[in-house]
Design a protein around this ligand. Structure first.
Ligand code: SF4
Length: 157
C-alpha cells in the first residue's frame, strides 16, 4: 500500500516553528507501507521557521499581515502533481493546517477560532478526486482494513 502523508506527521521538523506533529498511528502505518512525505508549505518555497499563516477571506495571510497565498498554492499544486504521478492508496493529512487541514482550519483571525473548511492543499487534492483523511480520524491500533476502506477512493485508474 502506498501512503502520502503530511511530512510533519512522520516527525519531520517542517512546521512553522521548526517542530513536528509526530504521530504514533502514522508511524505504525509507515512500518509496512510505502510512504511519500510532502510538506506543501516548504514545497511552495516558504522557509522553516516561518511566521504562521491562516486563510482570511480565502487568501492565505501571515500573522504579521503578509499575503503568502501564491506560495501556499504553488505547494498545493506540487502535491497534486505528486499524487497524480504516485497514485497513493491513502492520503493522511495534519488537522487544521491552512495547507493540510481536511475538515477544519483556523478562521484567519489568529485567535484560535476554528471554521469548517479545508486547507489549500487538501482542498485541491479533494477537488481532483483524491480522498484525504484527517489524521485525527485514523483508526487506532493500525487497523489497516479500516484505513484502506477510508482511502480506497484515492486510487485513480
Ligand atoms: S504544511 Fe502540512 S506537512 Fe507542512 S508543516 Fe504544515 S501541516 Fe505539516
Amino acid at each position: 500500500m502506498k501512503i502520502m502523508i503530511s511530512a510533519c506527521l512522520a516527525g519531520e521538523n517542517c512546521k512553522y516553528n521548526s517542530g513536528n506533529n509526530r504521530n504514533e498511528k502514522v508511524l505504525q502505518l509507515m512500518v509496512e507501507n510505502e510512504v511519500i512525505t510532502v510538506c506543501p508549505e516548504q514545497m511552495g518555497g516558504l522557509p522553516t521557521p516561518r511566521v504562521p499563516s491562516e486563510i482570511r477571506d480565502g487568501v492565505v495571510t501571515t500573522k504579521d499581515g503578509r499575503i503568502v497565498d501564491a506560495k501556499f498554492r504553488a505547494g498545493a499544486a506540487k502535491c497534486l502533481e505528486i499524487a497524480r504521478r504516485e497514485q497513493p492508496d491513502l492520503i493522511v493529512l495534519q488537522s487544521r493546517s491552512p495547507s493540510c487541514g481536511v475538515k477544519q482550519r483556523y478562521d484567519g483571525t489568529f485567535t484560535g477560532t476554528l471554521t469548517d473548511g479545508a486547507g489549500v492543499t487538501a482542498e485541491l487534492l479533494m477537488k481532483n478526486g483524491f480522498k484525504c483523511v484527517d489524521v485525527e480520524d485514523l483508526p487506532g491500533n493500525g487497523d489497516l482494513i479500516l484505513t484502506l476502506q477510508m482511502g480506497r477512493e484515492n486510487r485513480r485508474v
